[in-house]
Design a protein around this ligand. Structure first.
Ligand code: ADP
Length: 619
């Protein structure tokens, strides 16, 4: 291309430009954060390139960002000695949106968020400059010795132009003609203020005119005693753009067995409403203060992927390629150290700040369970982090150690109950016996809990025992005491047999057997697994994952002392043709599925409930 050429922006860019240019937004200053961040990326990239390649333009240029302005002319320039762009790169990078943050931003807008509320939380990127600019010119020259310089210009409408330019030095200069109402940005103190606020920890010097204004310290290289709480929080905000404070930080400085300087954070929320896609996790990895990877995923196990932060080590070879990072011995040692420290910090959080731990558990508990289930080497460290509701916990959460610590005398196993929500399991018939005898039962409410309990098997020598086990061993005398009280009101063996026969007739294949319960007191009936195998712990996972999940056939246990069962037996004896009998049996069965978290489609029950209600009102 020898002459100037005019090109059209992609549709999404036009859309974004429109919004940015017209938004009355008080924090317009973030445009500078975005430009500096682009420059810093470009500087990191040339620094990385030069580790292995000295054949670049201006190899000795200082790696820095320079900001200059002209108050009279209302202009501002931001330049860097970064990697620069070729003509193709310029068109590709500043004509389309490849950038995920900007796309998420547009999506949030479609969902009705106001731009002013969310711009600051997004890395909206280069185009945010049009919040303050009438016209922008980008002049850039790639590091490749044979490349030439190019100029990109736009007024933020639907077009930009590209033309060859004169620029002797490597890097990129962004020239901004400020809007009339954005004159404030052509001022030294204002620019310094913005740089300090948003870009203080950028690791290259940022000059406003000839003065370096950012602190540029690698905070992680300081000793933890020298760093204030506020500095940790500032650094977190600049690193993640999360405006909420993190739940905790870990600052690790050590040199044996491997050199590590690292600051890690546990955020407060999983979804932080900005730039990140689900697989965009990982830590910033530096080697001797040079950024070698933006998001390294090998420094922590997958179940700790919610952790944010930076890691720097002297023991990584500088020319380590992104591919060999994974297999490096130093990385494995670092991973071990970081993992241990994070888990330890979480344990302290649980002990020292239970309210914050609860926030953590609600957001990230699933990750911990995932680790317990899938990573046997991590298990022991993670077990103390698990929390459950139980039949005695109320709104508190209970650890396995709490549970075991208060087990009843003679209790040998840890009882658990699977279900899909707390309200449902609270009224589960399985709890009758345990309530009556003050035995605590863990509630397992996440679909994955079944997997987890299967893979655990036991805790401190105590087996996990599902309360719907067919052969649940329970002390005899307890059941007898209840019998004494109500023996007079029991069904006769014949009455019971007739009723059981009727249940079997109505429910058919759905149940394997109807039998009398030894454990029920307040509830009319319950479902019991025909065998104590692992299958049913996984049924809830299957119900959750499989569209055509079929409820497995189970044993139905009836409580012959319960008034509903007694009356139903009398009805069967006296008016066997009453259509209500079938409806009641069906409904009792489905109630149990619902309480056990196994009902495939609860709303199907409504017509029958309606019929039962009509019958009840008629009487
Ligand atoms: P993002 O930086 O999030 O990718 P931007 O819209 O800010 O999105 O920038 C788009 C691309 O333009 C960048 O990814 C980068 O490749 C290129 N770019 C922007 N500014 C510079 C710069 N100062 N030096 C080199 N490349 C740049």
């Amino acid at each position: 291309m020898a002459q100037q050429e005019s090109l059209e922006f992609r549709t999404e860019v036009q859309q974004l430009l429109n919004i940015l240019a017209n938004s009355l937004y008080t924090e317009r200053e973030i445009f500078l954060r975005e430009l500096i961040s682009n420059s810093s990326d470009a500087l990191h990239r040339i620094q990385f390139e030069m580790l292995t390649n000295r054949d670049v333009l201006d190899p000795d240029a200082e790696l820095a960002v320079r900001i200059d302005f002209d108050e009279e002319a209302r202009t501002l320039t931001v330049s860097d000695t970064g990697i620069g762009m070729t003509c193709e790169e310029l068109i590709e990078n500043l004509g389309t949106i490849a950038h995920s943050g900007a796309m998420t931003f547009l999506k949030e807008l479609e969902e009705g968020q106001r731009p002013a509320d969310i711009i600051g939380q997004f890395g909206v990127g280069f185009y945010s400059v049009f919040m303050v600019a009438d016209e922008v010119t980008v002049t850039t020259r790639s590091y490749k010795p044979e490349a030439r310089a190019w100029r990109w210009t736009s007024r933020g409408d639907s077009h930009f132009t590209i033309a060859p330019a004169d620029k002797e030095t490597r890097g990129t200069t962004v020239e901004i003609k400020l809007k009339e109402d954005a004159a404030e940005f052509a001022s030294a103190w204002r620019l310094e203020q913005i740089v300090k606020k948003h870009s203080d920890y950028v690791s290259f010097p940022i000059y406003v005119r000839d003065k370096v204004v950012n602190r540029q310290t690698a905070l992680w290289r300081k000793s933890p005693q020298e760093v204030t709480e506020e500095e940790y929080e500032d650094f977190y905000r600049q690193l993640t753009l999360d405006f909420e404070k993190p739940l905790l930080h870990v600052h690790l400085v050590t040199d044996v067995p491997v050199d590590i300087h690292s600051i890690l954070y546990v955020p407060r929320k999983r979804e932080r409403g900005f730039t990140r896609l689900p697989d965009e996790y990982g830590l910033r990895l530096y080697s001797k203060k040079i950024l070698i990877q933006e998001r390294n995923q090998d420094l922590l196990p997958e179940h700790l992927r919610f952790v944010e932060g930076v890691v720097d080590s002297e023991d990584l070879p500088l020319n380590i390629s992104r591919e060999t990072v994974q297999s490096s011995r130093a990385i494995r040692q670092i991973r071990k150290a970081l993992t241990g420290r994070v888990v330890k910090a979480l344990r302290s959080l649980a002990e020292e700040r239970p309210d914050d731990y609860r926030v953590f558990w609600d957001e990230f508990g699933l990750f911990i369970k995932h680790g317990v289930t899938t990573d046997p080497t991590a298990r022991d460290g993670l077990l103390p982090l698990l929390r459950f509701y139980t039949s005695r916990s109320g709104d508190e959460l209970v650890s396995l150690a709490d549970y075991v610590g208060r087990m009843a005398e003679g209790q040998e196993v840890i009882y658990y109950l699977l279900g899909s929500d707390r309200a449902a399991v609270e009224s589960s018939p399985h709890l009758d016996y345990f309530r009556a005898h003050d035995l605590e039962v863990l509630y397992l409410l996440d679909p994955l809990d079944g997997f987890m309990i299967q893979s655990l098997g036991e805790y401190e020598g105590k087996r996990f025992q599902n309360v719907d086990d067919p052969e649940l061993e329970l002390p005899e005398e307890a059941a007898e005491a209840e019998e004494g009280e109500e023996a007079a009101e029991r069904l006769s063996a014949d009455e019971f047999a007739a009723l059981a026969g009727r249940f079997k007739e109505v429910l058919g294949e759905r149940i394997t057997e109807v039998r009398e319960s030894k454990v029920l007191s307040g509830s009319p009936c319950r479902l019991v697994s025909p065998e104590a195998g692992p299958g049913r712990d996984l049924d809830r996972v299957r119900r959750w994952l499989e569209q055509d999940f079929e409820v497995p056939a189970m044993i139905l246990e009836l409580n012959p002392r319960h008034p509903l069962i007694r009356n139903l037996a009398h009805l069967v004896a006296e008016q066997p043709g009453d259509p209500l009998i079938g409806a009641v049996i069906e409904q009792l069965y489905e109630n149990l599925l619902l309480l056990d978290g196994l009902h495939p489609n609860p709303s199907q029950m409504v017509p029958r409930i309606q019929r039962l209600l009509e019958a009840a009102v008629r009487r």
